[in-house]
Design a protein around this ligand. Structure first.
Ligand code: PLP
Length: 413
């Protein structure tokens, strides 16, 4: 275990990754086996054909950038992605589509189904007999349930004890059956694997483990649509110096990291992964230089990040693609959500959910602690992108933390 560069800055723990690749290291295996431009083109082509596809906004938070002493701060706002409240809409639904394509091809040799075939119910006979299933702490399950409804198959979702009733209802709204288990997120993954085996369901998981890589790879590739959108929305000539991204199992971070590495090469930004202090599996893995479980008990307000084990294919990218791993306490979450809801200067108010703000919280802390800013190389020349991965995905919790509902925040803009 490498302890040398494991530092505390107040309640934040920062670990500079000694394994991070040099800037000019070309993108390649094993990362490219998961995230690649070739598969991105396919994902973009497919997802852009779904009805209501629209790029989400990249918001220039000039007021907040100025207040934090950096050159620019861009916020990719995923709160309205496909009206599902989070970026996850891109991943689970895309993997469901790909799974149905393969299944139809297996059933009818020589067919090449298209997205419009699925949307028009051309293979309904086949798809209506398929059940997709996954474990979730909310957003991923919602995406799979939405995809299943859109593409005409059945859906069963397992949630763990701490998933809120609001999130359960949001999944059921798409016609999925939802089953609550007793343990935590990792227990729900194990339980659904057994149930799927017994019932012939197809698992659409956002995390990969030994022997299970194809579906989570499609999930991650779906996320890269968001990254490409963000790059194309940056003002001319601006390249980010830093990306701060929140980590659960690492699928999101791996997708963003891989896509930026392949697309920008040596010009890619410093890549910082931020997790809840009590759900720190990526941080622990970095410290031990191999996939390790979280040390914490997974109790965190950042529900989407309450994961105890890393996704193996994501780790293949992150182990050398990440520059810094950070953990933060829950106490930073509410105030960061409030600050975004209020807006600074002329910045528009933003509805950011609990799992969307971890990266932003670190940028704000760095403004208060010059040593932290120095350790992360943040200063007047820095241009930062934050992926604001969810809006008020649980309206009740949002209201509790911000003191207003999402609608009120939006009306103020
Ligand atoms: C809103 C939100 N942001 C970030 C993440 C983290 O994604 P991953 O588990 O792929 O690291 C999640 C996971 O569910 C999420 O719901």
């Amino acid at each position: 275990m490498n302890k040398l560069s494991n530092n505390n800055f107040g309640a934040l723990r920062v670990f500079h990754n000694p394994q991070s690749a040099l800037k000019d290291t070309p993108y390649g295996q094993p990362a490219s086996a998961t995230i690649s431009r070739e598969r991105f083109e396919i994902a973009m082509n497919e997802i852009s054909k779904w009805s209501d596809y629209e790029a989400t906004p990249l918001i220039n938070l000039a007021g907040l950038a100025k207040k934090n002493g950096i050159s620019s701060l861009f916020y990719k706002d995923e709160s309205e992605r496909f009206n599902l409240d989070s970026f996850k809409a891109l991943g689970g639904a895309y993997a469901t589509e790909r799974l149905l394509f393969s299944h139809i091809k297996e059933q009818i040799a020589g067919t090449t189904p298209t997205v419009s075939d699925l949307l028009n119910g051309r293979y309904k006979e086949i798809t209506s007999k398929v059940t997709v299933a996954c474990a979730t702490d909310g957003n991923h399950g919602r995406s799979v349930a939405w995809g299943a409804r859109m593409f005409g198959c059945n859906c069963i979702i397992f949630i763990h004890a701490d998933v809120s009733e609001g999130r359960k209802k949001a999944i059921e709204a798409y016609g999925a059956k939802v089953h609550r288990i007793k343990g935590d997120y990792d227990d729900s993954i194990r339980e659904i694997a057994i149930a799927a085996e017994e019932n012939g369901w197809f698992i659409v998981s956002d995390t990969s483990y030994e022997g299970y890589v194809d579906v989570p790879r499609d999930v991650m590739q779906g996320y890269t649509v968001m990254v490409e959108e963000a790059l194309s929305q940056l003002p001319n000539g601006v390249l980010p110096s830093h990306v701060f991204i929140q980590g659960g199992v690492g699928g999101l971070a791996g997708a963003v990291c891989g896509h930026l590495w392949e697309t920008l090469g040596a010009e890619r930004p410093r890549f910082v992964v931020v997790e809840p202090r009590r759900a720190d599996c990526l941080y622990e893995s970095a410290l031990h230089e191999k996939p390790m479980p979280a040390k914490g008990d997974l109790e965190t307000v950042m529900a989407g990040l309450a994961c105890g084990e890393v996704s193996l294919i994501a780790w293949d990218i992150l182990c050398t693609g990440v520059n810094d791993f950070i953990t933060i306490p829950d106490t930073l979450v509410g105030p960061t959500m409030c600050l975004l809801a209020d807006g600074v200067g002329d910045d528009i108010p933003i509805v950011a959910g609990e799992s969307a703000v971890a990266g932003m919280a670190v940028v704000l802390e760095a403004n208060k602690d010059k040593a932290l800013a120095g350790a992360l190389g943040l200063g007047p020349d820095s241009s930062v992108i934050i992926f604001g991965t969810e809006g008020a995905s649980d309206p009740e919790i949002y209201q509790q933390l911000v003191g207003r509902c999402a609608k009120e925040v939006k009306l103020a803009s």
